[in-house]
Design a protein around this ligand. Structure first.
Ligand code: GRF
Length: 188
């Protein structure tokens, strides 16, 4: 059996689609959910799927050795970031070379980097008049949003769309592709 940990800070709709995808898988399971936010919607999702969930305080989410030890204890093979808003500490990245993935709601390298998360990304895309947006799944290294790109899906931004519409449409692409890409990476 291979084991996935999901790190999420918010509602967790991507976490939900990953939990759903692997719920019937015979060789891969979601074995741990980590959040830094005690109000995060992902906590209720973890409870419903009966997956252990750790709520990290400030000291712990910054402590790479602590996080790596938690991963080891749950025999985690791959970490999927799904709307996780804290920086992953270096020691955790070094403990999982090439095995931490992130999903970003735009076509990196555009609209990435500091401050580019959540609605900020979609607002920036709409303001810039881009004709296309999409989503990117990439490996996480020690430079924000700069790891190897594994998968991108693109959509046309239709006239009249606002940032909220764009967010909804991008989320559909995220839900369609993240779990499959995780499965490819973890499967070898
Ligand atoms: C997604 O748009 C993801 O790309 C970004 O944060 C958002 C998380 O949404 N990193 P959700 O919590 O999975 O609904």
């Amino acid at each position: 059996m291979k084991h996935i940990a999901i790190f999420a800070s918010g509602g967790g709709s991507n976490a939900e689609s990953i939990l759903q995808h692997f719920s019937t898988h015979e060789e891969i399971s979601v074995s741990l959910i980590m959040t830094n936010n005690p109000q995060a919607g992902v906590i209720a999702r973890a409870y419903r799927w009966q997956v252990p969930c750790l709520v990290l305080n400030k000291k712990h989410h910054q402590d790479g050795e602590f996080l790596a030890a938690q991963m080891q204890q749950h025999r985690i093979d791959l970490i999927a970031l799904a709307g996780y808003l804290k920086l992953i500490p270096g020691p955790l990245i070094r403990a999982f070379p090439d095995h931490i993935l992130n999903i970003h709601p735009a076509l990196l390298p555009k609209f990435g980097g500091k401050g580019m998360y959540g609605m900020n990304v979609h607002e920036a895309v709409i303001l810039s008049g881009e004709t296309h947006s999409g989503m990117t799944i990439h490996r996480v290294n020690e430079r924000y949003d700069e790891g190897e790109i594994l998968f991108q899906a693109k959509l046309a931004v239709k006239p009249g769309w606002d940032a909220a519409t764009l967010q909804q449409e991008v989320l559909k692409l995220e839900h369609a592709h993240y779990a499959k890409t995780i499965e490819e990476v973890i499967g070898g």
